[in-house]
Every structure is written in C-alpha cells, then in structure tokens.
Design a protein around this ligand. Structure first.
Ligand SMILES: N=CN[C@@H](CCC(=O)O)C(=O)O
Ligand SMILES: [Mn+2]
Ligand SMILES: [Mn+2]
Length: 320
C-alpha cells in the first residue's frame, strides 16, 4: 500500500554552468522512509496519495490517481531557493475501491512524518485525501495535547460536507467534523471560494449547522483581497495548528482545467496565492495538501503547474 519513493522519477534540466545557484529540486530531493522510529529531520516531506476511489464514489471524472506523478514532474524543475531540505516519502496507493484502508495508511504515514519534525506536503488524489490528512495530524497532536485547537482551511468551490453513506471525495469535512465530535474537540473549518451554484441548499444548511466560516468565489476577487486577508487572519488567531487543503477546482477553469469539476468562475491565482502566503507565514501551518488534479483533462499541464507552484510557495515559507 505504501510504496517507497521512486527516485528515477526525479528527472530535470541541469544547469551545471551555474553551480549551486543553478540547482533544481530534482538535484536535491532525498528519499525518505516514513516510519516513526527514523531519525528526526527537517524541511518538507513530499507524500503522494494515488487514489481514484473517492472521485469514483462521488460520481466524478476519475484520473486523480495519476496526480502525484504529474506534480512531481513539474516540481523536479523548480529552482531551489529558500527551501533546501526536500524529501520524498513515496506514495500511498489506493487499490480499486479500498478507500478506507488507504486513508488510514495515509494518516499513519503523515503522523510518522510529523513525529519526526517534517512539514508534510501531500499530493492527491481526490479530496478524500482530506480525511486521511486530518487523521494524521489529529493522531500526532493528540499524542502531545488534550484539547488542541486545530483549524482546517480549505480553498475549494465545494463544502465537501456530504452525508453519503460511504466516504467519498464529497464527504471528508463532514467526517472530520464527526471525528472532532468523537474526540471532544471543536470543529474549526474555514472554506474559501465556495460556489453558490455548485453546492445544494442542504450543504449550505449543514455548513451553518457546523459553524463553518466561508467566503463565496464572488467575494474573493482582487478588489476584496484586504477583506479576505482580514477574515483569514481572524480565523488563524483562533487556532494553534493549521491544516491547509487546496482543492484545485477552486481556481478558474482556464487556470485549472485538469480537475473533475472545473469552475465556471473560480478564485484567481492572484487571490489564492496571498491567502496561501498568509497561512504559510503564520507559524501555525503543520500540514498542507493539494487535491483533485486529474492529468487526463489537464491542458499543457496547467493544473499540475499551479499545484507545484503552490506547494513550492508553501515549502519556501513554512518548510525550513
Ligand atoms: N470533491 C469534490 N466534491 C464536489 C464535486 C462536485 C461535482 O462533481 O460536480 C462535491 O461533492 O460537491
Ligand atoms: Mn472542489
Ligand atoms: Mn473539494
């Protein structure tokens, strides 16, 4: 289920004439076995969640299983700057419909990375990744604190609070809410970029019932950036640990065509990036992931490029 890093995938351009200042990620990335007993480390640990089961169960367009490999291909050529400690912890693979054991394996791998001091950057996979990601952070934090204040910040066109009987890419934050209730923890969920036209009334009602803080896509244009930042900063004040999750369908379809459900409007990168920077600079970011990349629908690798750009931004601000 958990496959070690395949370092032969890290191929890219070599600018030997530039010396150390010409280095790219493929020249510095190191393989990492994510077991709890390994030595403490620092920097970012990349981890893939190769999974189609969540999107398939949610009646979407499958193909997200190929997401981690597509993102690594773009990351390989990223210039090395502020973040120099980059590890690849391999991929958790979901076989066919075996979603629940794959999510548990993802949680365990993330917990191990957190225990050893890494900032895990996880690459989906559909948004069912979020239940596994949160579980990994929860397991880690529960071992050191009784009543942690964990904030979940989701950049997404969708609430993903569905009540479906089986877990899917549409249910993770409802599952996280239930997990928090079981643990006696507050559920602090901030959802940024919600489309009024891609969520039913039932989902808005549930969001209200769970005390979710949200902004609509139409409230997140560049002219309102200051108000958006004020809202996110207020949410950050209320929590000690942050899990940031980015559903790539929050972006306009032109910037992120390679997803299951492309956005008719979306939140442009010029707003998404300052929000991500605010979170990454907060000192509270413990874990981040990107979800829903479907390389089969990606034009010119646009969506993979956005995913890699966002992960690199996070690594440069929080991963050292
Ligand atoms: N993770 C995606 N969730 C969306 C998908 C919407 C769609 O496929 O149209 C949801 O369930 O609402
Ligand atoms: Mn979405
Ligand atoms: Mn989502």
């Amino acid at each position: 289920m958990h496959e070690p890093a395949d370092m032969t995938r890290w191929q890219g351009r070599i600018d030997a004439e530039e010396g150390a200042a010409g280095k790219r990620w493929h020249q510095v990335v190191q393989p990492l076995a994510p077991d709890r007993t390994g030595p403490a480390g620092q920097g970012v640990a990349l981890l893939g969640f190769a999974c189609d089961a969540g999107v398939a169960r949610n009646h979407g367009r499958t193909g997200a299983k190929a997401g981690p490999a597509a993102i690594r291909r773009v990351l390989a050529n990223m210039p090395v700057r502020r973040c120099t400690a980059i590890a690849d912890a391999g991929d958790v693979q979901c076989d066919d419909d075996a979603l629940e054991p794959a999510q548990q394996a993802l949680s365990d791998a993330i917990t191990a990375l957190l225990q050893r001091g890494y900032l895990p950057l996880v690459m989906g996979g559909g948004h069912e990744i979020a239940f596994g990601s949160f579980g990994g952070l929860a397991q880690h934090v529960a071992s050191v604190e009784n009543m942690p204040r964990i904030g979940v910040i989701n950049l997404d066109a969708h609430f993903d609070l569905r009540m479906a009987e089986r877990a899917s890419s549409g249910t993770p934050f409802r599952q996280i809410a239930e997990d928090c209730a079981r643990r006696g923890w507050p559920f602090k969920y901030c959802c940024l970029g919600i489309s009024d036209f891609a969520n039913t009334q039932a989902l808005f009602d549930r969001a209200r019932q769970f005390g979710v803080r949200w902004l609509l896509d139409e409230e997140m244009h560049i002219g309102r950036l200051e108000q958006v930042q004020t809202m996110v900063a207020a949410f950050l004040e209320e929590v000690d640990h942050v899990y940031l999750t980015i559903c790539l369908d929050v972006l306009p379809a032109a910037q992120a065509p390679g997803v299951s459900a492309p956005a008719a409007r979306g939140v442009p990168l010029e707003v998404v990036e300052p929000v991500v920077d605010l979170v990454a600079n907060s000192g509270k970011l413990r874990l981040a992931d990107v979800a829903e990349l479907n390389p089969g629908y990606d034009i010119d690798h646009r969506t993979a490029r956005v995913a890699a750009r966002l992960l690199t931004r996070i690594a440069e601000r929080a991963g050292h």
